[in-house]
Design a protein. Sequence first.
Length: 413
Amino acid sequence: MDITHYPQINPPQRLLMGPGPINADPRVLRAMSAQLIGQYDPAMTHYMNEVMALYRALFRTENRWTLLIDGTSRAGIEALLLSAIRPGDKVLIPVFGRFGYLLCEIARRCRAEVHTLEVPWGEVFTPDQIEDAIKRVRPRLLLTVQGDTSTTMLQPLAELGAICRRYDVLLYTDATASFGGNALETDAWGLDAVSAGMQKCLGGPSGTSPVTLSPRMEAVIRRRKCVEQGIRTAGHQEGEEEMVYSNYFDLGMIMDYWGPERLNHHTEATTALFGARECARILLQEGLENSIARHRLHGDALLKGIQGMGLATFGDLRHKMNNVLGVMIPAGIDGEQVRKLLLDDFAIEIGTSFGPLIGKVWRIGTMGYNARKDCVLQTLAALEAVLNRLGFSTTQGAAMQAAWDHYANGSCE
Ligand SMILES: *Cc1c(COP(=O)(O)O)cnc(C)c1O
């Protein structure tokens, strides 16, 4: 083979303003260029313990089991669902976008009896709607998405924990897209399991998924492991619960690897862990509250700019995520042509959309390292120029002025 046809990796410079991934914080890239060490080197196990502590702070939890699943965010979802769901378990999934369907699909693969609840895209559920469904279905688990990037909506979770406790239901949420840019209170809200990812508000590359498990969830997973190993536990008949149909995602084994036993499982993805550690350090140095306020500030500035351009937005703005905005593609404009011009001539990427919104909505993200004033102003100026070129006329400069004014009047920064 002629290796000269395969030059060294040198990707084009882009400003990634879609729903994720976004540009990684350079500090994270530097941390990821550190040399490898052995997986049982005391330095490495120390880093693993530090990562647990850092993510406990970000998840706002005392949960002992707060660790990384190697793989993209979906790996965290699969590890939790495969380890928690026994075949035949009833699960209830409120679906308000594409990632709700992903939970349904994974739960079905876990052989769960899946019950769903749906609202039109662009809306979220009230606690009453969810409680009524719990009373009807009597599930063992409630599986939710916090921020569904497909619709840009943020499901309020604060009241669900108490409801789930009342009916003895375990509560899981996929916080991949919302984590770090929107409030999430694992303990105060009574969440039994949460999973996240790096490539949204955390400002890192995809490839590792932080998860946290409550003691209730841990007990469920541990009991299962005992049955797997043929150990009878009080009140449980052998074979009543079945083994986890994955070795890689068996959280019982993963806890024994991250815990003091250090039982060999996979080789921890060292470089990814260095990156995840730096992402957490960056957020905690800034302060989690400040990070959430920053995402709100830039999300709102983008919204003001889009409205200033005369464009309509998608969904119920009262329940919008701080870090991503759905923008209606104006009549007569080809959304893909706009995205192509933005990428080719301005090196800016914005998102398309899925399912019922395809061709109708763009999704623009302001998250992680790119939740910044310069990124928002540049994106608005470029989008306005492209739209004007394609015949959608605006009051030139009004969009950027509106965003700029928002910053001038804003309380933080
Ligand atoms: C972006 C996103 C994911 C991404 O999963 P990956 O496996 O990292 O691609 C998962 N869940 C939600 C809600 C997301 O928005």
